[in-house]
Design a protein around this ligand. Structure first.
Ligand code: NAD
Ligand code: TDX
Length: 332
């Protein structure tokens, strides 16, 4: 695979993957990104111009997508509307990008015969009870809760249908919650770190007992490249790194890092339909493809991420006020 098209490559996880690809392969990389509010050109700074180019465009625009896909051997599809809270405020762009956009890409890879990897989320499986001994596997039934996760679930099903009906050469991965540098301040971990840095308090939805299964974005990237290289066509792989923590524990780790009291946070209005717990069993990816995560210690990965946000205030500060105003309007 010499020429790889990465959709959403100017966002949080997509840009990390582009850096990973440049370091780990000799591929020529094209990023196709609409540069929505969630994107940042700064994430791609420092990459060699001879290896990486950015095309600004919409994945739902067949006029842009079809000629571009035809120039590439493989497409790795990260572009999405990605934030649950936004999908509760206005689901419309989620339907357009996550469903119509994925459909448009699938039609283009069908015509061009390109390899396709679809990046999805564990949220398609709904949620688990706190004391459920089972975790999500590739056999878990689809049961999404939010407009975001339902559009991601729908996009996964489109990919499966295009594999079976049209022989598209695709794989799917469903990953747990990512953390690391360049994540938008609307998301949980960056929001709480930047609240503290900005002199405010972390904001915990409800009682804070909801559990997320955290993985460093670098480990997500290595897993996606592993699947792109050696995944079996038509297969789904779950990606996770055994990082279950409840939200209260994460907030307390952040407060402790800054030397603040562990109760120095606010309980705010809970998210509507808030999923209780996500947990991934990544046995298939580990045993069949030999992948394993590198960032196995969440506490030290979180500490490094906190340091990164402290050092990159110029990057997140311009977005902070508008994000907090949108949350405040919802009592969050
Ligand atoms: P993000 O919101 O940080 O980035 C999304 C990127 O997609 C942005 O650069 C944006 O400009 C681009 N984009 C949005 N709509 C577009 C369109 N119509 N055309 C072209 N580009 C468009 O998201 P992220 O957190 O980096 O997530 C990337 C992918 O990984 C998504 O598919 C998401 O569902 C999936 N995922 C995310 C997580 C997580 O924890 N963040 C976990 C599992 C899976
Ligand atoms: O201020 C907050 N307070 C809070 O308690 C915010 C923003 C969130 N939360 C809670 C909600 C969740 O239980 O923290 C948890 C994580 O929230 P998000 O960062 O919004 O992530 P989540 O909804 O779990 O979804 C994320 O992981 C799966 C990504 O945003 C998705 O793109 C991915 O598919």
């Amino acid at each position: 695979m010499d020429r790889i098209l990465v959709t959403g490559g100017a966002g949080f996880i997509g840009s990390n993957f582009v850096h990973h690809l440049v370091a780990a392969t000799d591929a020529q990389v094209t990023v196709l990104d609409k540069l929505t509010y969630a994107a940042s050109r700064a994430t791609l700074a420092g990459l060699p111009e001879s290896r990486v180019r950015l095309v600004v465009g919409d994945i739902a625009d067949a006029g842009v997508v079809e000629p571009l896909v035809a120039e590439h051997d493989a497409v790795v599809h990260f572009a999405a509307e990605s934030h649950n809270d936004n999908s509760l405020r206005d689901p419309s762009p989620f339907v357009q990008t996550n469903l119509v956009g994925t459909f448009t890409l699938l039609e283009a890879v069908r015509k061009a015969g390109a390899r396709f990897h679809h990046v999805s989320t564990d949220e398609v499986y709904g949620d688990l009870e706190l004391d459920d001994p089972e975790r999500f596997t590739e056999a878990s039934p689809y049961d999404p809760s939010s407009p975001y996760s339902s559009t991601k679930a729908g996009s996964d099903l489109l990919v499966r249908a295009w594999v079976r009906s049209f022989g598209v050469q695709a794989t799917i991965s469903n990953c747990s919650n990512n953390y690391g540098p360049w994540q938008h301040v609307e998301k949980f971990i960056p929001r709480q770190i930047t609240n503290v840095v900005a002199g405010g308090r972390p904001k915990l939805y409800g009682a804070g007992l909801n559990v997320r299964d955290w993985i460093h974005t670098e480990d997500h990237s290595s897993a996606v490249l592993t699947i792109l290289r050696s995944g079996k066509i038509g297969e789904t792989y779950l990606i996770g790194a055994d990082g279950e923590r409840n939200n209260l524990e994460v907030v307390q780790l952040i407060l402790r890092h800054f030397g603040r009291p562990e109760d120095d946070f606010d309980h705010v209005t809970d998210r509507a339909g808030h999923d209780l717990r996500y947990a991934i069993d990544a046995t298939k990816l580990r045993t069949e493809l030999g992948w394993k995560p590198v960032y196995c210690d969440f506490e030290s990965g979180l500490a490094a991420t906190i340091d990164w946000y402290v050092a990159h205030e110029d990057w997140w500060r311009p977005h902070k006020e508008a994000v907090e105003a949108a949350y405040a309007a919802k009592g969050q």
